[in-house]
Design a protein. Structure first.
Length: 170
């Protein structure tokens, strides 16, 4: 269990470090604003797991819609102009887990901020970028130091890992 928690923490930190570079390479979708009715949202009881990639995670909610199961990631705070790359990758990993768990590929997932929701298309390109990122993480997880990939103090200010990160700005 400790191993999984640690893996998840490293996974999340790596999302933040790598997101800039990956976004440039992958041309991540920016997301479109949608309206969602939270009454239909079902909480997820236990984490989803996909052994082939050693990937695990628990979306905040799953929605059944038009024969699809759509993952929802809830973020505290007001929405940025466009979802952060780290949030997009996190949601993409949930889309992948939903597909592998239920055998039903979601065409999109939802990032829910306090004041706005974004639908993120789960494209083949996004899936490939995620799989590449996971492979990069595996290469880097044995390294002692992984360099920060950006120079944006504002990002570090909002980052949930600043209390454990020795590379934070500001
Ligand atoms: S505090 Fe800054 S450098 Fe550290 S993980 Fe967060 S965003 Fe990256």
């Amino acid at each position: 269990m400790l191993y999984i928690s640690l893996a998840l923490l490293i996974f999340a930190i790596f999302f933040f470090w790598q997101s800039n570079r990956q976004r440039k390479e992958a041309g991540l979708p920016g997301g479109r604003v949608i309206y969602t009715d939270t009454r239909g949202w079902g909480e997820v009881e236990k984490p989803l797991f996909y052994a082939a990639l050693g990937l695990t995670g628990k979306p905040d909610y799953l929605i059944e819609k038009s024969g699809q199961i759509i993952p929802v990631e809830v973020k505290s705070g007001r929405a940025p102009e466009a979802p952060y790359d780290s949030h997009i990758y996190q949601l993409a990993s949930y889309c992948l887990l939903v597909e592998k768990t239920y055998g039903n590929r979601p065409s999109y997932g939802i990032i829910h901020y306090e004041n706005r929701d974004f639908a993120i298309e789960y494209t083949k390109e996004l899936e490939s970028a995620l799989i590449e990122l996971l492979a990069d993480m595996r290469v880097d997880e044995g390294k002692k130091d992984v360099a920060r990939s950006h120079d944006q103090p504002s990002r570090c200010k909002r980052c949930g890992f600043r209390h454990v990160c020795d590379q934070k700005l500001a």
